[in-house]
Design a protein around this ligand. Structure first.
Ligand code: BMA
Length: 794
């Protein structure tokens, strides 16, 4: 069988000395690293040394032996996607394919170009930076690019993941290559291209599946369809390239987002001759409700008639080196999202339309997807040429993805409306640039309405609503919000509690990597916050100052490097916990909370809750707790401390636990039993004490669930003002279990081991004298390599 994947030979006209193997799918940087031509760009400041790679033309060649059998078909269709970006394929010196948009899918019949015996194949990749510059020079007027994020200018003229040339969490690696498996399909009579599947719900319990088989060449051939154990047959329509077919499913098992029921999937297979297309289908009704209400207007996703309280995070591409983006990492990261009680992921517009496996995994795990179209933080051209190019991209991507149950929304872009206020050109001439914006945005909207009328198109994230180009960073009455007043504008954590977003699709707080993570990419001499190699892994200009300055507001200053890294993760966890608990407490006003950001695409200081290796930061353990469908959290209201129970889940929940007040030596000052029933979709206060007496200011309050599945705490003041005592924590490791016992209340007790990416729980409080058991997966560890941090250790 002919194969366009596998090993090729990489060379560059600018570097005649280089001739090394390159794997497809793969990128030129990964090939050069494997061949020892360049060092690993993720280590130390190697990023700087490898910038020349992105400026060269690269060629990948191989020879292919073709047999008579290979040439027997009438056509041989080559399909390639994720070709990055300006690439031409030559077969025996003739052009077989020309690509210029990394988000498009390209096809060509290469049969006429092949000959019996040995064939010479060559891909030629032009440097995107050069094309970007040429394109920018030809624009009718300057279009501001993502300066500040991108380290290479004008990438907004090029359809390629915008974060490839750097972001405020991203390394600049202008990769080229092919990042998805290429396929070759021999065609005898009919080429079966694709199947569209639309769900038409005639009642709450009956759905008609409308299938459209797309096939080139109009001869009539039998097709076979299987779904839900039933078999259907028919014939494609002669003289036509589309055949329609309908079947009805009564009382189907529904697909539900995580936390609301099972994400049931039906397997569909459609066969024409030997060509089989399979799809997993989740059957569900989904809409976005944005009705005006007493506050402004709501922003609520409704699935199968139930309002969904969306909880999740933002997704960036998994790796800056696309060759390292193995699909099993989707399982790992999205699995961690599901395990932390998320039900929505936002695919952010500065990255990529993800591989099929991403959406298949979201379908399987019950994770809704807020899908941005790929535009971010810059202005974009609205020339006819640009629009035509984008139309093709959007058409193909929507056709590829729209059958996925997980996709909840198509969103036009990330922060492109807002960025009108960032750049001098668009600030001085806002009208012109707003019209320019709307030409692209309105086109996107129209294409989406035609391609997928079943879903809402949302102009931008953030956006106040239909044709509302106002300040969605601060308006918490309508639409989705990006709330960055704390991180980017330096407000205190209390600022989170002063807004009530209807749907917050971005807010975040950075931390440094954990010590175990950091030792892998920063050499020991630079284990210092100010050292150059450490700083090269901080891409937000003021990032390290913001983290350090915030320490001085909330904490006693840490006295060593490891404790600084640890404390930065405590700080991040407190920030996001404060926001989420406050906003969930407003339920049903706020119906969406997606923090920035789930993952990292290289080892870096960032807003992520999961480090590059897959290791959970402290935040992710907190996420698991504060995104629990039934949450118990403390809240200060005037002069009382309240325990609030928020239940998003569709069933009633019985809660039994206790609130404890302990002083810093661990002496119990008070204890209250909590027994209550949380009705479905309810929000109630179940306990309160006045906070005006001096005794109420002693020690801290803890809530512990009797099943130990929930725990939470409340501190009467900011940590630096409290006389928190250092606890003696006894640690015992037995097999894959760790037992911890403390003599005093210990806060943010966090377990870290170089070999373990995830414990069953961490960054929790330990009550004195109550043993806590934590488990882990992976190779067995001994107590020596295990580090147990606590807040009081300075
Ligand atoms: C957001 C995102 C990203 C960025 C993040 C942190 O608004 O859309 O552009 O990385 O902020 O600054």
């Amino acid at each position: 069988m002919l194969d366009f994947n596998g090993i090729w030979t990489l060379s560059s006209p600018q570097h005649p000395e280089i001739s090394v193997p390159m794997t497809f799918p793969g990128d030129q940087y990964s090939a050069l690293i494997t061949a020892d031509i360049i060092p690993d760009p993720y280590y130390a400041s190697n990023e700087q040394q490898v910038q020349w790679v992105g400026l060269c033309e690269w060629r990948a060649s191989k020879s292919l032996t073709v047999t008579e059998n290979d040439l027997a078909a009438d056509k041989l269709i080559l399909t390639v996607s994720k070709v990055d970006t300006f690439a031409t394929l030559y077969i025996n010196g003739d052009i077989a394919l020309t690509c210029s948009n990394a988000f498009q899918i390209y096809q060509a019949d290469i049969q006429p170009l092949l000959k019996l015996g040995s064939n010479q194949l060559e891909w030629v990749f032009q440097p995107a930076a050069q094309v970007a510059k040429d394109r920018a020079n030809k624009l009718p007027f300057p279009i501001p690019w993502a300066e500040g994020n991108n380290q290479i200018p004008f990438m907004n003229t090029v359809r390629k993941p915008q974060c490839h040339t750097g972001w405020d969490w991203g390394i600049c690696l202008p990769v080229c290559g092919i990042f998805a498996t290429a396929s070759l399909t021999p065609i005898k009579s009919v080429y079966f291209e694709r199947v569209d599947v639309d769900q038409h719900w005639t009642s709450d319990t009956s759905v008609t599946l409308k299938l459209r088989l797309h096939h080139a060449n109009g001869v009539s051939l039998p097709f076979h369809i299987e779904i839900d154990g039933k078999h259907y047959e028919g014939s494609t329509v002669a003289g036509c390239n589309k055949t329609e077919f309908e079947c009805v499913l009564n009382n189907p098992k529904l697909w539900w987002p995580n936390g609301y029921g099972e994400p049931h999937l039906y397997e569909l297979s459609v066969r024409v001759e030997q060509q089989i297309i399979t799809k997993s289908l989740g059957l569900r009704r989904l809409s976005l409700r944005t009705n005006a209400d007493a506050v402004g207007s709501e922003m609520v996703f409704v699935v199968n008639g139930k309002t969904i309280s969306c909880k999740g995070a933002n997704w960036i591409p998994m790796d800056a080196l696309p060759q390292r983006s193995h699909p099993h990492r989707y399982e790992q990261l999205l699995g961690a999202a599901k395990d932390a009680n998320m039900n929505m992921i936002r695919v952010w517009g500065g990255g990529d339309y993800e591989h099929d496996e991403f959406y298949q995994t979201c379908d399987k795990l019950g994770l809704l997807v807020w899908q941005d179209l790929m535009f971010a933080c810059a202005q974009y051209p609205s020339t006819t040429e640009f629009l035509d190019d984008v139309k093709q991209e959007v058409t193909q991507q929507v056709q590829r993805l729209k059958h996925h149950a997980c996709i909840a929304l198509w969103c036009g872009d990330n922060e492109v409306i807002g960025s009108l206020n960032w750049y001098p050109e668009s600030r001085q001439n806002r009208e012109k640039y707003l019209v320019n914006y709307d030409r692209l945005n309105r086109s996107l909207e129209q294409w989406l309405h035609e391609l997928d009328p079943s879903r809402r198109f949302w102009a931008s994230s953030p956006c106040n609503g239909e044709l509302d180009f106002g300040d969605a960073w601060h308006d918490d009455k309508k639409g989705d919000m990006h709330f960055w007043d704390v991180w980017h504008s330096g407000k205190s954590f209390d600022a989170y509690t002063e807004v009530t977003p209807r749907f917050c699709s971005e807010f975040g707080y950075q931390s440094w990597p954990s010590f175990s993570e950091l030792t892998k990419f920063v050499p020991e001499e630079d284990w210092n916050i100010g050292a150059p190699h450490f700083e090269n892994h901080q891409k937000n200009a003021r990032g390290n100052s913001i983290i350090t300055e915030m320490f001085t507001r909330y904490f006693r200053f840490p006295t060593n490097f490891e404790q600084m890294l640890y404390l930065s993760q405590v700080q991040q966890a407190i920030a996001i916990k404060t926001a989420v608990e406050s906003w969930r407490s407003t339920s049903p006003i706020c119906q969406g909370i997606l923090y920035w950001q789930l993952n990292d695409n290289w080892p870096v200081s960032s807003w992520s809750s999961i480090e590059y290796s897959g290791r959970w930061k402290q935040l992710h353990y907190h996420v698991k707790r504060f995104f629990e469908p039934t949450l118990a959290c403390f809240e200060r209201s005037d002069n009382a401390l309240i325990l609030r129970i928020i239940n998003d889940s569709p069933g009633a929940r019985k809660l039994s636990g206790k609130v404890l007040q302990l002083d810093w030596h661990g002496k119990e000052l008070n204890q209250w039993n909590i027994d209550c029933t949380a009705e479905p979709e309810s929000n109630q206060s179940v306990w309160q004490v006045p906070l005006d007496s001096p005794s109420s200011q002693q020690g801290a309050f803890y809530y512990v669930d009797s099943s130990d599945s929930q725990h939470n705490f409340w501190l009467p003041d900011i940590p630096k003002k409290l006389p928190i005592k250092k606890a003696n924590i006894d640690v015992r490791v037995e097999g894959n279990e760790v037992y911890l016992t403390s003599d005093k209340p210990a806060l943010f007790v966090h377990l870290e081991h170089p070999a373990i990416l995830r414990f069953s729980d961490s960054s929790f409080f330990l009550l004195p004298g109550v043993e806590r058991r934590v488990t882990y997966q992976g190779e067995l560890i001994d107590a020596e390599g295990l580090k147990v941090y606590q807040l009081a250790e300075r």
